[in-house]
Design a protein around this ligand. Structure first.
Ligand code: GAR
Length: 201
């Protein structure tokens, strides 16, 4: 099984979904560590309750982004991680860090990329007037929310939707989408090659 570390900043519902999926004996990955960049990230307790090593490496404790990333990198190596999953990790990683994990680092984004990069994706979707919205799991590259797509799930936008109702509908499909994408990468059925995702059965 591939060893997976999950990076979070908050409540970690996607992290919990990956932990849950990995309990299945057939799942090709195990979650070996959870690291938060905030000491009060709610997901840390949720991970510990599942018996998973989880701790904060708070970026505010470090003088520079580079020093913080060095600490995160050391933690990932100490955990012998093969794959890194960003799950609501709200810090942009440097190109150097991204390069080290190229093809082995995944992110989930709450929109159908390449639409609506960045923050407030549900407001962006309402503003644009799209009638379908959703989530994307992609390989992480240096450009924010730009990497090659591994999996997407669409949901309808309904009359009367608000950012809150859309957040909830999209989140309800994020969890299975992330587990599915991680399984594809862990088995080698989805690989990043020359800036594209190549799929095989
Ligand atoms: C999720 O909706 C995820 O897609 C989003 O943050 C939320 C984290 O929730 N990620 C981003 O916006 C990345 N830019 P969670 O902590 O419950 O998984």
């Amino acid at each position: 099984k591939k060893r997976v570390a999950v990076l979070i900043s908050g409540r970690g519902s996607n992290m919990s979904a990956l932990i849950e999926a990995a309990k299945n004996a057939d799942f090709p990955a195990e979650i070996v560590a959870v690291i938060a960049n905030k000491s009060d990230a709610g997901g840390l307790d949720a991970a510990r309750a599942q018996g998973i090593q989880a701790y904060a490496i708070p970026n505010r404790d470090y003088a520079s982004k580079q020093q913080h990333e060095t600490a995160v990198s050391e933690a990932l190596h100490a955990a012998k991680a093969d794959i890194v999953c960003l799950a609501g990790y709200m810090r942009l990683l440097s190109p150097e860090f991204v390069r080290e994990w190229e093809g082995k680092m995944l992110n989930i984004h709450p929109s159908l990329l390449p639409l609506f990069r960045g923050l407030h994706t549900h407001d962006q979707a309402l503003e644009a007037g799209v009638r379908v919205h959703g989530c994307t799991v992609h390989f992480v590259t240096a450009g924010m929310d730009e990497g090659p797509i591994i999996a997407q799930t669409a949901v309808p936008v309904k009359t009367g939707d608000t950012a809150d109702s859309l957040t909830e509908r999209v989140l309800s499909v994020e969890h299975e989408t992330y587990a599915r994408a991680l399984a594809l990468v862990a088995t080698g059925k989805a690989k990043m090659e020359n800036g594209r995702t190549v799929f095989s059965d």
